[in-house]
Design a protein around this ligand. Structure first.
Ligand code: HEM
Length: 527
């Protein structure tokens, strides 16, 4: 009998020949090498072993958060001005200087809590991570669609994520666990009002806003710093889903948002966002009732106007999901000259966490991968070796000198562009303390009042449905927090849960809370 697979290519089939990773042609991809047609198999079969053992290693650990995402590529085009002022007055970052200047970029949209194949119609913040490939190296702006976050100190991040992730025993996302944690976390109220309103389920990735969330700094040529917040506004407008809309989509498709983005780009309907920034002088702003470094707060736009500094256009899809999505790696420490960190207590923790997880998740040489390389800047380091080292980063002329300093070759340090010292001088004692101006309720209440009626109704229904699954003590504390935010919100959620104002109004503040005088006055007058 003839062996079908060994017959070779059909006549006229001029497609390229399959090889293994050693470059050896594969003559038979259907049958292992065996002793006789019925086996046993042999172990020296390199081609088979290479194929199967590579398959065994096809997956890398998924991101610990934001596992499911969609990537696209495009460019950023700068306005060169901030309102009617030249942007150079505030930052020397090159990508913003000239009107019309374009910078290549990659963006990854994501959900947070679900795994790599989970639903894109889930109620979840959406990640909004942009990598600008500038001539000064990469700049990553890693944000979300909701403008604020659950917590303000990085040390609480593993806890908030554990509460939101599936239960370690049942492996089910449990509302009782989520609201147990949130009831003890008053700074989360602003985020919760956003997340459980329709904004918590964007209709798709093209119709959502993006925000840097954390406060960063801009630095000009004289070394003068300003605090800055970033906002991406979609030209397609903002569209959100109710819980019921999302359930219908989810029943038929777990990946509707990736599909929508991919198909729009394929048909040439390129999504666009305008980038706006808000600026503030670089100081503590004691006149404000919140701390400008607190990522649970937004900056009121009437006092700190958001002005356009450029537009992002997405015009190319990925060519391979694994290479360009699974391996792309963003981080809040990835800044270029003219952009800087603030002392926001989340930022420092984030900045450690991203590259730390990427060295584990992708590998120590993750920055050598094409999607992560600074495409428009030259890389020259003395870093060598490590797993999967793909090439030697451009070194000096003498390949023996992979150290610095040296008088026999190698690389030298760069000159500071202008200033090496910038920003206010800070003096303080080492301590572990909350920031003084926590003000956890005012903006959450204002946010509730700004919602349209259908959004308020959906928010209240969601809270009642989910908090109703938690312990009674948790329910009571949540209603107490909602009253502290806004009477109407407290009353409506309380009514849904069968909890009256009388039952909760004498609850003492949490032991972890220090209420301000305004908040104590509010507590005395609830309802
Ligand atoms: C992804 C940590 C807060 C937005 C991640 C990842 C980690 C992480 C470990 C996975 C990264 C990877 O595997 O490549 C933290 C920590 C935080 C924090 C420790 C607080 C201290 C935030 C906040 C935002 C945010 C406040 C929004 C402003 C994102 C986004 C991604 C991400 C968008 C996905 C990036 C991508 O698409 O690859 N975060 N995060 N994170 N985080 Fe955070």
């Amino acid at each position: 009998m003839t062996d079908v697979a060994s017959q070779g290519p059909a006549e006229g089939d001029d497609r390229p020949v399959l090889t293994n990773r050693q470059g050896h042609p594969v003559y038979d991809n259907q049958n292992q090498r065996t002793v006789g047609a019925r086996g046993p198999a042999t172990l020296e079969n390199y081609q088979f072993l290479e194929k199967i053992s590579h398959f065994d290693r096809e997956r890398i650990p998924e991101r610990v958060v934001h596992a499911r995402g969609a990537v696209a590529f495009g460019y950023f085009e700068a306005t060169g001005t901030w309102g009617d002022e030249p942007i150079s007055k505030y930052t020397r970052a090159k990508l913003f200087q000239e009107a019309g200047k374009r910078t290549d970029l990659a963006i990854r949209f994501s959900t947070v809590i679900g795994g790599r194949d989970s639903s894109e119609a889930a109620r979840d913040p959406r990640g909004f991570a942009v990598k600008f490939y500038t001539e000064d190296g990469n700049w990553d702006l890693v944000g979300n669609n909701l403008a604020v976050f659950f917590i303000r100190d990085a040390i609480k991040f593993p806890d908030v994520i554990h509460a939101l992730k599936p239960d370690p025993v049942t492996f089910r996302q449990e509302p009782a666990r989520i609201f147990d944690f949130m009831s003890q976390t008053p700074e989360a109220m602003h985020m919760l009002v956003n997340l459980f309103s329709p904004r918590g389920i964007p209709a798709n990735y093209r119709t959502q806003q993006g925000f840097g969330v954390n406060t960063y700094k801009w630095v000009n040529a004289e070394g003068v710093t300003h605090l800055v917040k970033y906002h991406w506004l979609p030209k397609a407008g903002v569209k959100s889903l109710t819980e019921a809309d999302a359930a219908v989509i989810q029943a038929g498709d777990l990946g509707h948002a990736s599909k929508d983005l991919y198909e729009a780009i394929e048909r040439g309907d390129y999504p666009e966002w305008d980038l706006h920034v808000q600026l503030m002088s670089d100081d503590e702003h004691p006149e404000l009732d919140f701390d400008p470094l607190d990522d649970t707060k937004v900056w009121p736009e009437n006092e700190f106007p958001a002005k356009k500094v450029g537009t992002m256009v997405l015009n190319r899809n990925v060519t391979d999901h694994f290479q360009e999505n699974e391996q792309i790696s963003f981080g809040t420490g990835v800044l270029v000259d003219g952009l800087d960190f603030s002392d926001d207590k989340m930022l420092v923790g984030r900045t450690f966490s991203y590259s730390d997880t990427q060295r584990y998740r992708v590998g120590p040489n993750y920055l050598q991968l094409p999607v992560n390389q600074p495409k428009n800047a030259t890389v020259r380091t003395n870093q060598r070796g490590g797993q999967m080292s793909y090439y030697v980063d451009g070194g000096g002329e003498n390949p023996h000198v992979n150290y610095e300093p040296s008088i026999t070759g190698g690389l030298r340090e760069a000159q500071y562009p202008t200033h090496d010292e910038q920003g206010p001088e800070i003096v303080g004692r080492l301590t572990r303390k909350r920031i003084p101006r926590t003000n956890d309720y005012t903006q959450a209440g204002q946010r509730y009042l700004l919602l349209e009626q259908w959004e308020k109704d959906d928010l209240v229904a969601n809270f009642v449905q989910l908090i109703g699954q938690a312990d009674r003590k948790v329910q009571e504390r949540m209603v107490w927090h909602f009253y502290m935010c806004e009477d109407e919100l407290g009353a409506r959620v309380g009514e849904g849960l069968g909890i009256s104002l009388e039952e909760i109004k004498d609850l003492p503040p949490l032991a972890s809370q220090t209420l301000s005088e305004d908040e104590l006055a509010r507590l005395a007058n609830l309802g």
